[in-house]
Ligand binder design. Sequence first.
Ligand code: CA
Length: 352
Amino acid sequence: MKFLPALIAIIVLVLPLVTQTASAQPVYKWRLAMSWPEGTPMLHNAAQRFADNVRKMSAGRMNIAIDAPGKHKAPLGIFDMVRSGSYEMGHTSSYYYKGKDPATTFFTTTPFGMNPTEMNAWYYYGGGLALLNKVYAKHNIVAFPGGNTHIQMGGWFRKEINSLKDLNGLKMRIPGHAGEVVEKVGMKPTSIPPGELYTALERGTIDAVEWIGPANDEKMGFHKIAPYYYTGWHEPGAELHVFVNKKKFDTLPEDLKTIIAVAAKETSLDMLSESFYRNTLAWEKMQKEGKVKIRTFPKDVLDAFKKANDELLTEFAAKSPEAKEVIESQKTFLAKARVWTKITDEDYLKLR
Ligand code: CA
């Protein structure tokens, strides 16, 4: 016990140094604007999970407060708010900003493109992440993949589609690039706010609607009025993104930069798992209720979608050298990846 006074003396001397070091580290109180309404299954969860993990991994050195569109009023304006620095961070999806820069479009998904496994391989090992940041650096944004919906369903239709001519003049809620694809084959894509979709479908203002997958679609109630549920082609694994204002990101210490990158990656992979899990349960429930008729689009419809998509991608590639680089990078990787997917996933799924 004779060492006790010496030990106490050391603690008394060293303790202030430790606390001083800890308190000398700045605490970052950042704000994140998300595109999703408060409480949206999976999507809001993903933003919250990212913020919580950053706070825990940084031992409270970075606290991120999340604002939903109810507060910031600009669900599709995350790009501008993060670029300008009015929010340090955002949780959104790259394809909302094709009007700002066509090269941003296909970082979310490409019709007939990569599935989530192929997409992750492209992002994390096939140059996708570097390309994402080459495009976004011009806009003062650092971007990370930040959540994946898994393969989305092709949508709810009031009437069965037996051939391409059944699509003629059909009004469907289907936004973005896929909307342009269906327009090219004679449909009328419309953009209606989520809160008004059920009524629009019920009253026949629209004939069809695509949303996400069973877990989110079930809550919207579409299956009660449009029983034909088509399998997907247009969003084969839509990726969400974490945006960070680049000037502010560049001032962070290296460990916080890494924490943000790791938390975003974890969120991306976690949301893919959560989406798969919740869709599995929601689809089981829908099947038990017996009101949903699952269908795949006929071959002439899929051929027409594919042709229109290929033409639009060529047009898109002509809009900017960066858009061309993204499209070609994905295409080149997918050509190799799909050969492998076919002899692994596809062959495995054929086993009985
Ligand atoms: Ca969708």
